[in-house]
Design a protein around this ligand. Structure first.
Ligand SMILES: Cc1ncc(C[n+]2csc(CCOP(=O)(O)OP(=O)(O)O)c2C)c(N)n1
Ligand code: SF4
Ligand SMILES: [Mg+2]
Length: 302
């Protein structure tokens, strides 16, 4: 969906659906400084969703879509689960993969896009649940990291299989009882962020989605680092409010409670040395860009 391709030919304008006209006129395609603050003022890349009302996954989706550095040149890869219900409503190219296969599909896709569009940046972003990422898809997840595939993997960690009614997942916390896991988890949550680091990821973050500015920062970092260096991994806590019996405001509180320093979603970040260098370079360029903009503004006023 390059910027040129989404434009409507003047002869066709009137017959295009208003939602599409809106997308072309008011979305943030082509704006490299887009971010979560555009939510509510620009056409969002998510029209609606079919998740439970107030599900934190829906909020996380909005922040992520608003934070993609180049949505017109991004392909997202989803997997079966609650998240897959949202992709049909999203204004970004996306592929639905067989449950668990998402990182294998993304590997092939990224390589194919690199060959098909030489000299042009195409971002690939996987977005899948914990069951898809860690349990059934673990082999594909790890192998993509071992091969140093240049794309970002995002796991919506709701600590169970939500879409199929609440089965136990490797990321479920110890002692948790779910509708379809009545005995309670008998061992600790698998430490996937640590495994990601040991498996070659260059940027790994474990956090909740309670703060949009933080989500924006980690999404952008993860995508920029994946473009230039290698695999990146984000594990975002999106509690299943249906399973834990909470409403949307209580879901937000659940995230805040879980991000306290001693809790399992306390902010944790790993950045490889190579990735640190890249982020430092980018920060210096951004500083220079802002200084130049200020200089130009001052000159225009003078
Ligand atoms: C190959 C395959 N195996 C199993 C399933 C059944 N299935 C559908 S969704 C799901 C669980 C999804 O859990 P998760 O990845 O954590 O996503 P969530 O629904 O929690 O967001 C399972 C086991 C399937 N659709 N396809
Ligand atoms: S079942 Fe849970 S994770 Fe799925 S949409 Fe509902 S609240 Fe969200
Ligand atoms: Mg899940």
């Amino acid at each position: 969906m390059s910027l040129e391709r989404i434009k409507i030919a003047p002869e066709m304008y009137e017959i295009m659906p208003p939602e599409y006209q809106d997308l072309v006129e008011r979305a943030t395609f082509g704006n490299e400084h887009r971010g979560w603050k555009d939510i509510g003022t620009s056409k969002e890349l998510i029209e609606e969703h079919s998740l439970c009302a107030g599900c934190p996954e829906s909020m996380a989706f909005r922040y992520i879509l608003a934070s993609l550095p180049a949505p017109e040149d991004t392909v997202m890869v989803g997997s079966t689960g609650c998240t897959s219900l949202v992709f049909p409503h999203v204004g970004v190219h996306n592929i639905h993969s067989l449950f668990g296969n998402q990182n294998a599909i993304a590997s092939g896709l990224k390589r194919a896009l690199t060959v098909r569009f030489p000299g042009r940046t195409k971002d690939v972003v996987v977005l899948a649940g914990d069951g898809a990422t860690v349990d059934i898809g673990l082999d594909m997840t790890l192998q993509a990291w071992f091969r140093q595939e240049k794309f970002t993997t995002i796991c919506f960690d709701n600590e169970l299989y939500a879409n199929t009614g609440g089965q136990e997942s490797g990321l479920m916390q110890k002692g948790f009882v779910a509708k379809m896991a009545p005995v309670g988890k008998t061992f600790e949550k698998v430490r996937l962020p640590e495994i990601a680091r040991e498996s070659g990821c260059h940027y790994v973050v474990n956090c909740t989605v309670s703060k949009p500015n933080l989500v924006e920062k980690v999404i952008k970092n993860a995508i920029y680092i994946a473009r230039e260096i290698g695999p990146t991994y984000l594990q975002l806590y999106t509690p299943c409010i249906l399973e834990i019996g909470k409403n949307s405001m209580e879901g937000l509180q659940e995230m805040r409670d879980s991000e306290k320093p001693t809790e399992r979603f306390a902010y944790r970040e790993y950045i490889s040395d190579q990735a640190k260098e890249l982020l430092t370079e980018m920060a210096a360029k951004e500083k220079e860009r802002k200084a130049e903009a200020k200089r130009q503004l001052a000159a225009a006023k003078a």
